[in-house]
Design a protein around this ligand. Structure first.
Ligand code: NAD
Length: 380
């Protein structure tokens, strides 16, 4: 099968491409504009494969998207191209509207026309997999006090009132995002992703395009751009720079190792049912401060230094509209497609810290901008 992957030079897209080239016989066309987040050096281990092709194309450019579809004739699309950094969306939302909404619309229209022109068998087997985030569901709110160990059997709050909950809240009965949770995005990033999810589902419902949607929690792992929390903390700590933590650091996120996500996405595009949504998560809810402290402790063990890395933690003014808690119920993909994560947070974060320590040259080239100047395999 031939997969066209948009955003394949990004953090998750490159993990998906490495997974497919290394573990299957499928062919991959990587369609990526190469924004600051696109880094072909993350694909160095697969770019020599004769099953891999790169096309430097903007998903907003209909003529070029049409050309790529006509030339490569893919059997499925995995759409990951997006502007993805929440802080950047607050400072400059325009690019998020353009790529995430207009770009997804442009791609859907091009793919619809291409798909309608396929013969019946290829049309039936075709898939459009739209990759999205759990941030579209909004905020699950504060944890109730029993979780903090104060008292037993208190009535649970349901800050958003959107999920059925038991009378007595226990940690394992806290509300989670399910595939039925209504959308309530908070940031320009999540609002733009929510919008693109609605478009993708509308193209299924209105035109019959075989669309699958996945909503996943926070990813972490190798080749993560250093503006994101985990790589930023690792790299700052190594340089003895402050480790910025928003507010008290009590925001809770579910963390998924990127290679587990890549496996899940491949399962969905090959075995998922068109029209369905699958939530993907790692069953690893952690407060941001715990994540930062864990990284400091692993570094203390692997790169001991006299002053503790934890001493570098610096609390900074919270992000406006910052959601307190996201948590995913990934039961459906587990039940229906047999996927579950291989890594726990403890094993995944250790692997990640080790990867950064062993790949400081990759980080250096991102930080000094040389990854953008000397791009591997650019065809144009
Ligand atoms: P990323 O920012 O690392 O990569 C995005 C890629 O898209 C880059 O290679 C960039 O060059 C490309 N791109 C941007 N605009 C483009 C355009 N107009 N045309 C073509 N290519 C363009 O993002 P990521 O973290 O790999 O996320 C990939 C997808 O997964 C996104 O849709 C994101 O919303 C979703 N997602 C991310 C996470 C996460 O934790 N990172 C979690 C859930 C879902």
């Amino acid at each position: 099968m031939k997969l066209l992957i948009t955003g394949g030079a990004g953090f998750i897209g490159s993990a998906v491409i490495r997974h497919i080239i290394n573990n299957t016989k499928d062919e991959v066309v990587n369609l990526d504009k190469l924004t600051y987040a696109g880094n072909l050096e993350s694909l160095a281990e697969v770019c020599e494969s004769n099953r891999y092709v790169f096309e430097q194309v903007d998903i907003c450019n209909r003529t070029e998207v049409d050309r790529v579809l006509a030339e490569h004739k893919p059997d499925a699309i995995m759409h990951l191209a997006a502007e993805s950094h929440v802080d950047r969306s607050i400072d400059g939302p325009a690019a998020f509207i353009e790529t995430n909404i207009v770009g997804t619309y442009t791609l859907l229209e091009a793919v619809r026309q291409y798909w309608q022109g396929l013969d019946e068998q290829r049309r039936t087997n075709f898939r459009f997999h739209h990759i999205s985030t759990d941030e579209v569901y909004g905020d699950l709110g504060e944890l109730p006090s029993p979780l903090a160990g104060e008292g037993q059997g208190e009535r649970g709050l349901d800050p958003v009132g959107r999920i059925e909950r038991s009378e007595i809240r226990q940690p394992d009965t806290l509300p989670l995002f399910t595939e039925q949770t209504p959308y309530a995005p908070s940031s320009p990033y999540s609002a733009s992703k929510a919008s693109s999810d609605h478009l993708a589902r509308a193209w299924q419902r209105t035109y019959g395009l075989p669309v699958l949607v996945t909503n996943c929690s926070n990813n972490y792992g190798p080749y993560h751009f250093p503006e994101k929390l985990i790589p930023l903390v690792i790299l700052n700590a190594l340089e003895n720079k402050p480790l910025p933590v928003y507010g008290k650091g009590d925001q809770i996120r579910d963390w998924l190792y990127v290679e587990d996500h890549a496996r899940a996405l491949y399962k969905v595009v090959t075995e998922g049912k068109p029209g369905e949504t699958y939530n993907i998560g790692g069953h690893n809810e952690k407060q941001n401060i715990e994540v930062v402290q864990t990284i400091c402790d692993i570094l203390q063990e692997l790169r001991p230094q006299e002053n503790s890395y934890r001493g570098l933690i610096t609390h900074v003014k919270d992000r406006p509209g910052h959601d307190l808690r996201y948590a995913i119920d990934a039961g459906k993909i587990q039940r229906e497609l047999g996927w579950s994560p291989d890594e726990t947070f403890e094993t995944g974060i250790r692997k990640t810290v080790e990867w950064y320590l062993n790949n400081l040259d990759w980080c250096q080239r991102v930080q000094d901008g040389s990854y953008q100047r000397e791009r591997l395999g650019v065809t144009a």
